[in-house]
Design a protein around this ligand. Sequence first.
Ligand code: FES
Length: 158
Amino acid sequence: MCGVLGGDKAYEAVSEHLGVGHDETTEDGKFTLEHAECLAACDYAPVMTINYEFYDQVDADAAVDIVRRLQSGTSPLPSRGARLCTFKQIEMQLAGFQDDRPSTTGEGPAGTPTLAGVRLADSVGVSVPGYDPNTPIPAVRPKDPPPAPAKKNEKGAK
Ligand code: FES
């Protein structure tokens, strides 16, 4: 979807601005550009991510503007979800460490484009029992439940 809606133009503009191509890093070592086939966020296409945070519905000018703001030392606010973090912080998250920064999750219900399919299905009588699209996304990640007790071997093994 991103490609159809101009994502490739945004990628090309950023590539030209930074002077690097796919999987290449700028001479100063600050930016590595990656062309992604899909970021699983087609509802907000075209999207770009920086350290896995989303910038939605970007065109070429908006994408380059976001990069320019990073180059100037400011931290552009992602369109949703957590605030932009450093590469080290996101690497820690990906390694499975808890991220205790405030605002690491979004708040409120999912956005209108995300829920468009659910609402369309609902309008023709198709729905998932008990699902409420207005359910807010919790601001704090729920604690993992304790592990279930081990089951006894049903065959009576010792
Ligand atoms: S094609 Fe852009 S997120 Fe899927």
